[in-house]
Design a protein around this ligand. Structure first.
Ligand code: SAM
Length: 339
């Protein structure tokens, strides 16, 4: 569903940014770059303390990392976006060697930990999607209300852009992307319009695409921009976000110490579903099927859920940070190895 990271209409305004001031303000005010969501809840569940070490898979503006560091913990942080990394490194330099940051996709987190000589951590945090700064920064091409190149890559050094995708992908593939990643019911109609238009002239900019979508899916007074789900879907496809999440979920438990925790923050149902399913698989001790004579022990059983339902922002947080409105936090704890 459209969300803070799904290009809600308040993109920009909600973070208190004005159209042209985000980069300027961000260098002075960390919250203008990105306000971390569910901050108290993340700290409550991860329990940072001196002597503990955490992996922050999605450093972004460094807000969550800073909370862990301020509590005395050590943090290994990853981001695939070089610009985010540079910003957060500067912001967190006061923590010295307790903070180490690497440019990496978190699908490769085991390699980073291995290279840092770390075999297990006390907690892993992944705050999925893009930051407010990425969303609001027109040249990154994530926003359908700001003119910029149709890019959408979190890592600008690699991979195909959203323009590559809309200009060259098979129509059937585009329909699949819009349906699967955007749950866009008008996928076929939108793709037909995209194909008609690209045959005359390739897409180059965000507004170029947004306007073509708006022509075939009129707003009819609705608050949500008709390009919302298409942009969300393209971003997920460009950055292979669902594949990366699956790879991460398959590996994460092995890297957490007994009693250590994995905290995942998602922003739309497509992201939350695999997290919920993976946590359910890891926390189910016995499996049963009608064709089995008796239940069997689940070989993947290694965690317990710390909350059955996802944790969401309080009214107070929603007021101060409207972009937290679709955030869902799920936390699971690693059981002792003998469990
Ligand atoms: C929602 S923001 C994180 C905000 C951060 N928790 C904070 O407090 O400022 C997500 C960040 O993770 C990065 N990111 C998203 N997916 C990633 C991936 N697969 N590998 C590495 N970084 C990723 C994005 O570039 C972005 O900077």
């Amino acid at each position: 569903m459209p969300s803070r990271h799904g290009y809600g209409q308040d993109s920009g305004g909600a973070a208190g940014l004005t159209e042209n001031s985000s980069s300027f303000k961000a260098s002075f005010d960390p919250l203008a770059y990105h306000a971390p969501v569910l901050p108290e809840e993340v700290i409550h569940y991860l329990q940072p303390a001196p002597g503990k070490i955490f992996l922050d898979c999605t450093l972004g503006g460094g807000g969550h990392s800073e909370l862990l560091l301020a509590a005395g913990a050590e943090v290994i942080a990853l981001d695939q976006d070089a610009e985010a990394l540079a910003h957060a490194r500067q912001r967190l330099q006061q923590y010295g060697p307790r903070f180490r940051a690497f440019q990496s996709n978190f699908r490769h987190f085991p390699t980073v930990l291995e290279e840092a000589g770390i075999t297990a951590v006390d907690g892993i945090l992944a705050d999925l999607g893009v930051s407010s700064h990425q969303l609001d920064d027109a040249p990154r091409g994530f926003s359908f209300i700001r003119e910029g190149p149709l890019d959408m890559r979190m890592n600008r050094d690699a991979g195909q852009t959203a323009a590559d995708l809309v200009n060259h992908a098979e129509p059937g593939e585009l329909v699949r992307i819009l349906r699967e990643y955007g749950e866009e019911h008008n996928a076929k109609r939108i793709v037909r319009a995209i194909v008609d238009r690209r045959e005359q002239r390739p897409f180059e900019t965000t507004l170029d695409l947004a306007q073509v979508i708006e022509l075939v899916i009129p707003r009819r007074g609705k608050k949500t921009h008709p390009a919302t789900l298409t942009f969300q879907a393209l971003r997920l496809a460009v950055n292979e976000e669902m594949t990366v999440l699956d790879e991460f979920l398959a590996q994460a438990p092995q890297w957490v110490k007994p009693g250590g925790r994995i905290a995942l923050i998602s922003f739309h149902s497509g992201e939350d579903r695999p997290v919920k399913q993976a946590f359910a698989r890891y926390s189910t001790e016995w499996l049963d099927r009608p064709e089995w004579p008796e239940p069997r022990r689940n070989p993947d059983f290694c965690m317990r859920l710390l909350s059955r339902k996802p944790i969401e922002a309080t009214e107070a947080e929603l007021k101060r940070n409207p972009r937290s409105r679709s955030a869902k936090l799920r936390v699971a704890e690693r059981l002792p190895t003998s469990a």
